[in-house]
Design a protein around this ligand. Structure first.
Ligand SMILES: *Cc1c(COP(=O)(O)O)cnc(C)c1O
Length: 471
């Protein structure tokens, strides 16, 4: 694969600037508390940005999950909620949207993405089976492990190198996968857990060529592929931008083709789905659907609402249709790239190429003097908040958790701090403020000390762990 040459959006789409394909109708005031107040708030939060009160945050880049701004169409759809217990009209609307834009036959709604992961893992993993995937995701892997599965990373090596300019760092290493299948036997593989716009790799896409070849390989061994479609609109944009033969195709066409190589998918609609809550699971196999439809009643709610209000399902149905518009995805990824380019110009170490939903600061390169056991990425998130009230998130050793067998930390190669951009929420001026704050803490990096963990929850520790300054 030839190296990807990063280009500005200006270069890419000709000399004229692009702008967001919407205007602002309603605003929400922001406030910034003083440096002293931020110091107090951060200490009380145990140096964990997840434990800060949102009121104490100025620009909130913790996550792009559920933080989207909905459109006037979606808000008006909320008023059309059919809150019947069974057979809500909004369910049928959502079912139609998933069939139209993703192409799967049977839909099970869930309250959010992890609800779908729970159902899929329970239905499709036998204890001891292996679940190969293109890099782990926190909730996905945990549900697979709780169902008795063992996650095995089969992403290409370039994904672990923040400086590699490979255009599709989310690709599956097909040789690695095939040798795994040969070693353990195809019947020991539960399914392939494939994700678009791989979050933990820095928001890196999977190519169409890779998913096509993956399907051929899996067909030879009778293995199914389930897709985490949470950020598949952004993934489709990268295919349109970088993959030969796709520049004239629409995001919607690319998405449909990509999904056609998989046997089913789940989605946290809180990301690319442009809503604040919701998720779904969709498959083509009727027998599996029957089982999922049965299980959803236990864990989420009846199969025509899955833990969602009718109005939520309506907002997702409309959000899906809006999220595949080329202009929308271009502006969304364009804003992320704008921030990434500012930081790149100032020689601040970030994961390259800039991904779909976030800019990832390379905390190892940022703080080479802080060992990974003192949580450099967690430290960086704390410093950024202290400087300017901007909230980011750790994606490094804290997020990686512990190996359930040995009890040791997983030490991931990537030690990152994520600046995640909510969709349709902040302006370019906000991005300038963010970049300048990162620059300020970068300039002061040599005086910065690491952290020690003083409280560690058993599951998904990054959400609630507490820290103190290291000696
Ligand atoms: C957020 C996310 C999930 C989990 O979805 P929730 O809606 O947060 O439960 C799963 N996979 C990926 C890639 C995600 O980003």
């Amino acid at each position: 694969m030839t190296e990807f040459e990063p280009r500005t959006m200006g270069q890419q789409f000709g000399r004229r600037s692009w702008a967001e394909p919407w205007k602002i109708k309603m605003v929400e005031p922001l406030r910034m508390i003083s440096r002293e107040e931020r110091e107090r708030a951060l200490k009380e939060a145990g140096y964990n940005t997840f434990l800060l009160a949102s009121e104490d945050v100025y620009i909130d880049l913790l996550t792009d999950s559920g933080t989207n701004a909905m459109s006037d169409r979606q808000w008006s759809g909320m008023m059309l909620g059919d809150e019947a217990y069974a057979g809500s009209r909004n369910f049928y609307h959502l079912e139609e949207a998933v069939q139209t834009y993703f192409g799967y036959r049977y839909l099970v709604p869930t309250h959010q993405g992890r609800g779908a992961e729970n159902l899929l893992s329970k239905a499709c993993i036998k204890p001891g089976q292996i679940v190969p995937g293109n890099m782990y995701f926190t909730t996905t892997r945990l549900h697979q492990e709780l169902a008795g599965g063992v996650f095995e990373d089969v992403i290409i090596e370039e994904a672990h190198d923040p400086a590699s300019l490979h255009p599709f760092k989310g690709d599956v290493d097909l040789e690695k996968l095939e040798s795994l299948i040969r070693r353990v036997g195809a019947e020991q593989i539960a399914y392939i857990s494939l994700a678009g716009t791989v979050n933990m790799a820095g928001g890196q896409p999977v190519s169409m060529a890779n998913v096509r070849a993956l399907r051929e390989l899996c067909d030879r061994y009778g293995i199914r592929i389930y897709l985490d479609a949470t950020r598949m609109m952004e993934n489709s944009f990268f295919i349109q931008e970088r993959e030969p033969g796709y520049s004239e195709k629409s995001i919607a066409e690319i998405l449909r083709e990509f999904c056609s190589y998989t046997h089913g998918a789940w989605m946290s609609a809180k990301k690319d789905g442009l809503v604040n809550i919701g998720g779904w699971l969709a498959v083509n196999d009727y027998a599996l659907f029957e089982e999922l439809r049965n299980m959803v009643v236990i864990y989420e709610g009846l199969h025509t609402y899955g833990g969602l209000a009718g109005r939520d399902m309506e907002a997702i149905a409309i959000g899906i249709a809006e999220s595949v518009q080329d202009e929308h995805v271009r502006a969304r990824v364009g804003q992320v790239r704008y921030l990434g380019e500012l930081l790149t110009d100032w020689h601040i170490p970030i994961v390259q190429p800039v991904g779909g939903h976030a800019v990832f600061l390379d905390a190892r390169a940022f703080y080479p003097h802080i060992p990974q056991s003192q949580f450099p990425a967690q430290t960086l998130a704390a410093e950024l908040y202290l400087d300017s009230g901007i909230r980011s998130m750790e994606r490094g050793v804290v997020s990686a958790g512990r190996d359930p067998k040995t009890g040791d930390h997983y030490y991931p190669k990537l030690e990152l701090t994520r600046l995640t951009i909510p969709r349709r929420v902040y302006t370019q001026a906000h991005m300038d403020v963010v970049a300048e704050s990162v620059k300020a803490i970068y300039d002061a990096r040599e005086e910065t000390r690491g952290l020690t963990m003083v409280y560690e929850p058993k599951y998904l520790r990054f959400f609630q762990a507490r820290f103190e300054r290291a000696e």
